[in-house]
Design a protein around this ligand. Structure first.
Ligand code: 0PR
Length: 381
């Protein structure tokens, strides 16, 4: 570290230069996260010194977290829903599996079932928590295969994790059918809607026919839904929602100080800035604002698909959300070439011969045109 500190102007100039090396949003075609809404950033800044690990100090901000959950009750059809704004989808998935594990102390080798399309945060949680798992097969739509699920359920199965939708393809599992099976077998059902949580409810209002995924389904115990993805909040802002307080209570950890509230999250010290940002965005956009953003994202997605199909590309699957994956020759090489031209796309390890494009709020039809023109230049068919 330097002996004598620099002046703030110099430091801020360096910070601005550093940020110039980051890819600018109009070129980001692979991200489930997006440029946060300005109102969210403003609210975030107002909360930089807050810590929801100590609600005795930050009484005002703590109340806002309850308000956020209250606002989301209607969106996710959970009248008795409780939850927290956490660091992201990974923490939310950890918390859900921890509840599932604590609910079944009698099971010696607890096992979790999910498909290969499930986000790797679930595998992280399993490894950290010493759990076992089995992969359930997917059907032709890359959704959980019901007959294989029934086949794989055993006496040690404590939880099923389903996608709404998957991070690679945006596929939604048949959650209603799975919930029925989970209920019959008394198995905890967690929905990972980190990606789809801020899309599906609004897309349904626009008339898109998408499967049910939330607490309206009897048997769903918890949902991961991330404001820092399609909720357009600044990072970090994940969300864990439980159907009711009795379920969340399995997570309760007492602090060792009198008067400090019991914790239900992984982090102790927890920034309230995220909570203020999420609240500001929910209030600012309202249902109608989210519906309009979702409409634009679907129109852009449909436009991209149309252009790709005109060029002769074939989709890996018909997207349910705003993720488009299409087959190409030598995907890795194409991804690298696009990157040298400034465009970021992804190639998944499972679909090695396909490019994956994520449409989010920072993209529009003009930017899609620019991207497609570049694709044509590089990948002449
Ligand atoms: N569950 C699902 C369905 C997800 O899509 C993700 C992240 C998670 C859980 C984990 O959430 P956190 O990353 O908030 O802990 N999905 C993205 C992905 O892996 C994360 C991401 C976002 C990656 C933007 C790259 C990027 O530029 O695809």
């Amino acid at each position: 570290m330097r002996q004598i500190g620099l002046n703030s102007n110099e430091i801020m100039k360096e910070i601005r230069d550093i940020r110039k090396a980051d890819i600018q949003w109009p070129f980001v075609f692979n991200s489930i996260c997006s440029e946060p809404l300005h109102i969210g950033v403003e609210a975030f800044i107002k909360g930089l010194d807050t810590n929801l690990g100590d609600n005795r100090i930050f009484k005002g901000t703590a109340k806002v977290e309850s308000k956020v959950i209250e606002l989301l009750k209607e969106v996710f059809h959970g009248p008795d829903m409780v939850g927290n704004i956490v660091s992201g989808g990974t923490e939310a998935n950890f918390l859900a599996l921890q509840v599932a594990k604590k609910m079944r102390p009698e099971v010696e080798k607890p096992e979790i079932l999910f498909t290969e399309t499930t986000h790797y945060s679930v595998l992280k949680a399993i490894e950290f928590m010493g759990l076992k798992y089995k992969i359930v097969e997917t059907d032709e739509n890359f959704s959980m295969d019901i007959s294989d699920l029934i086949h794989k359920i055993g006496k040690d199965t404590i939880a099923i994790v389903v996608n709404a939708g998957s991070s690679e393809l945006g596929c939604i599992d048949p959650i209603e059918q799975i919930a029925e099976i989970a209920r019959e077998n008394k198995i905890y059902l967690h929905v990972d809607a980190a990606t789809g949580g801020f899309i599906i409810p609004f897309a349904k209002k626009l008339g898109y026919s998408l499967p049910e995924f939330d607490f309206s389904i009897d048997g769903v115990s918890s949902i991961t839904v991330d404001p820092h993805k399609y909720g357009l909040a600044p990072i970090p802002a994940g969300g864990i929602l439980f159907k009711n307080k009795d379920i969340q209570n399995y997570l309760t950890f007492n602090s060792y100080f009198y008067g400090t509230q019991a914790h239900t999250t992984l982090s102790g010290t927890r920034g309230g800035a995220s909570v203020l940002a999420v609240y500001a965005i929910l209030e600012y956009l309202g249902m109608e604002g989210f519906i309009q953003i979702t409409k634009k994202n679907y129109e852009s997605t449909e436009y991209l698909i149309e252009r790709l199909e005109q060029l002769g590309y074939t989709l890996v699957c018909t997207p349910q959300l705003n993720i488009v994956t299409f087959y190409v020759d030598n995907a890795h090489n194409l991804m690298n070439q696009l990157e040298t031209k400034g465009f970021i796309v992804s190639v998944s390890r499972r679909f090695k011969n396909a490019l994956r494009i994520v449409i989010n709020n920072h993209l529009n039809i003009d930017l899609i045109d620019k991207f497609v023109e570049m694709l044509i230049t590089i990948d002449v068919k």
